[in-house]
Ligand binder design. Structure first.
Ligand SMILES: Cc1ncc(C[n+]2csc(CCOP(=O)(O)OP(=O)(O)O)c2C)c(N)n1
Ligand SMILES: [Mg+2]
Length: 672
């Protein structure tokens, strides 16, 4: 690669791209950490994309009809920060670039959603960006079908490296995007054949072009340093109805001594080598210095979007009041006014009827109420629709032929589903929910973690939530999953006990705008435990007194979901022996811990012995068993300590000792 030739062929382009390269070099050197090589390798592609194609308005970073850009190879974050600075995003000041990777800066090591305008999703865990992009593209198609292309007409662009394409989740994403013919999605593959350990041929010999083509993608190949070829490939990608992959042959750390080597992947901080690279670029400026003419050209790229934005604004204003109001409501994530009343009515009916029903079925009953009034919901399942009960009668299936459908058959792709739901949620205007068996949250967990980190209000409908699923056995029975999910910051786990609590759980999940929710739902039928209607959402407090002790309160039993009935049955046994027992239903430990201390003490006063019951491991319950301020309580736990087994559910509860009798026995033992 002769840099002098590149410079001579396209002098203005060259200097524009060199600005990205040198800012990345300078910021990584200042931080003494980070990744210089990827921005240096992809700078030409970024320059053409932002310079000529991307629809964006730096003065209005959240404009809903902007194109979305996802840096799946998130370690190259300095590329994105440099571009945001150069195009004039107010938050992306030069000082922020100088503070790259420092405490409190808007420029963390990997791009983080919510930290700086212009970062549309958090990336860093390789593969997440490309998988999330599928959700952005789905959201665009769905909203365009509903509101028309005058107000919804944008594209999704992704940079992805060797690492992203080696990660398994990329296959789920590529297959789904190809199948759904998401034609406004374009992936630039940073094909530099280098990763951390060395050349990619150490570990991979996949024909990436063939792989994408096999899933129905439009595939091209370009010299990733030739601006004309890049431009032509982008034009062709736009013209093709399929999702596009542009295989860009690039040189990691272009122009640096470390070019084309694994050393080029990381922080290139050697001052002399850095200076030599700048000289090769013909860049005779100090650290973080951008010559005026280069800055002006970049600001020109930034200004381009203002016109498009203005034109969009007038089309938006021309919508009917009803359509405009609806768009404003859904982009503001406000639930429709009718929702709360409908949910209350369902709660009353369920309390009155007192039907015995599995909470996965209760969830379907609630969705039948929600989906018709809340048109922004978009449901789905990873091939367990009939088991997760996620499809309601009015949704229709979202497909290549029917963009108006609101139900996605994600296929057997839990990880891809979760990542796509992140994209849908972050895009705005839609509320995604999706189902699988709770045991397979393990397959979705990396994306669930990003939902929590990004504050994306995705709803995970996780059914078959314990040994109560029975015969499918221990491979399918969650044991440690509730504990693992509850350990995740900014994630609410709700495990309702009956239809009323399930309705309350859905109401909470839909009201949430900054937190994902896991609904843990039973396969097996459960008796109604809430027989007295309350307008108030009791689940919102996380735990509440479900049944009060008849005489002197000597024990408190607490349980969630399917074990609330066990607590009630144990209470009956103990009350017959004149042992007063309070039963506390605990649909969410996290929400309970967020209540004020006075409320927590009212529900769990010191004194009575405590037993918690849940068909999972004990760990998360210790917070409630040990008492406020760690004051020792006499307490015990009824639950699981090992994997489950294959047998009918009733047999399993008996064999694993999760019964009313076993609970009563623990209470008797604690009382001495
Ligand atoms: C899921 C995950 N595993 C591992 C890493 C650590 N990691 C960061 S970059 C990288 C190599 C990526 O190679 P490539 O995508 O080719 O990037 P390049 O070196 O070309 O910039 C690895 C293993 C990560 N960020 N995410
Ligand atoms: Mg690479």
């Amino acid at each position: 690669m002769d840099i002098a030739d590149l410079r001579a062929a396209h002098p203005d382009h060259w200097m524009n791209a060199a600005a990205i390269r040198t800012l990345a070099l300078d910021a990584v050197a200042a931080a003494n950490s980070g990744h210089s090589g990827m921005p240096m390798g992809m700078a030409d592609i970024a320059t053409v994309l932002w310079g000529k194609h991307l629809k964006f308005d730096p003065k209005s970073p959240t404009w809903p009809d902007r194109d979305r850009f996802l840096l799946s190879n998130g370690h190259g974050s300095m590329l994105l920060y440099a571009v945001l600075h150069l195009t004039g995003y107010e938050q992306a000041t030069l000082q922020q670039l100088k503070d790259f990777r420092q405490w409190g800066s808007r420029t963390p090591g990997h791009p983080e959603y919510g930290h700086i305008d212009g970062v549309d999703t958090t990336t860093g865990p390789l593969g997440q960006g490309i998988a999330t992009s599928v959700g952005f593209a789905i959201a665009e198609e769905s909203l365009r079908a509903r509101f028309g292309d005058k107000v919804v007409d944008h594209r999704t662009w992704v940079f992805a490296g060797d690492g992203c394409l080696m990660e398994g989740v990329s296959q789920e994403a590529i297959a789904l995007a190809g199948h759904l013919k998401l034609g406004k999605l374009t992936v630039f593959f940073d094909d530099n054949k280098i990763t951390i350990d060395g050349k990619t041929d150490l570990a991979d010999s996949t024909d990436q072009q063939a792989r994408f083509a096999a899933s129905g993608w439009h595939v091209q190949e370009v010299d990733g340093h030739d601006p004309e070829a890049i431009d032509a490939a982008i034009e062709a990608a736009k013209a093709d109805p399929r999702p596009s992959m542009i295989d860009c042959h690039t040189h990691i750390a272009l122009g640096h001594k470390a070019q084309d080597t694994a050393k080029g992947h990381g922080a290139l901080t050697d001052a002399e080598q850095l200076q030599a690279a700048k000289e090769a670029y013909g860049w005779n400026y100090g650290p973080f210095e951008i010559p005026d003419e280069v800055k002006q050209r970049w600001e020109g790229f930034g200004a381009r979007g203002a016109e498009a934005h203005k034109a969009w604004q007038s089309r938006f204003e021309a919508l009917s009041d009803r359509q405009r109001g609806e768009l404003e409501r859904i982009y503001a994530s406000e639930p429709p006014k009718a929702l709360s009343g409908r949910i209350k009515a369902l709660k009353k009916q369920a309390a009155d009827e007192g039907k015995t029903v599995a909470t996965r079925k209760s969830s379907e009953m609630v969705l039948e109420v929600i989906n018709p009034v809340m048109k922004e919901t978009i449901g789905g399942s990873a091939d367990l629709t009939g088991s997760n009960n996620t499809l309601t009668s009015d949704l229709g299936v979202f497909s290549a032929e029917n963009r108006s459908g609101r139900y996605i058959h994600y296929g057997i792709r839990e990880h891809g589903m979760a990542a796509a739901m992140n994209g849908i949620a972050l895009h705005g205007g839609l509320r995604p929910y999706g189902g699988t068996f709770m045991c397979f949250t393990d397959y979705a967990r990396p994306a669930m973690r990003l939902s929590a980190l990004m504050k994306a209000p995705v709803i995970y409908v996780m059914t078959h939530d314990s040994i109560g699923l029975g015969e499918d056995g221990p491979t399918h029975q969650p044991v440690e999953h509730l504990a693992a999910l509850r350990a995740m910051p900014n994630l609410t786990v709700l495990r309702p006990a009956d239809t009323v609590e399930t309705a309350e759980a859905w109401e909470l999940a839909l009201a949430e705008v900054t937190r994902p929710t896991v609904l843990a739902l039973s396969r097996q039928n459960l008796p109604a435990v809430r027989r007295k209607h309350t307008g108030k959402n009791l689940t919102a407090q996380g735990a509440y007194v479900l049944a009060e002790a008849e005489g002197k309160r000597r024990a408190i039993l607490m349980a969630s979901g399917s074990e609330v009935q066990v607590a009630l049955a144990a209470k009956a046994l103990l009350e017959a022996e004149e042992i007063g027992v309070r039963v506390v239903s605990v649909p969410s430990i996290e929400l309970f811990m967020e209540q004020d201390e006075a409320y927590r003490k009212r529900v769990l006063p010191a004194g009575p012995v405590r037993v918690a019951i849940e068909a999972g491991v004990r760990a998360p319950w210790d917070r409630l068993l040990l008492g406020e301020r760690g004051r020792e309580q006499k307490a015990d736990f009824v639950g699981m300590t090992d994997f489950g087994a294959s047998a009918p559910a009733e047999v399993l509860f008996e064999e694993f000792g999760i019964t009313a009798e076993a609970t009563a026995e623990k209470v008797r033992a604690l009382l001495g």
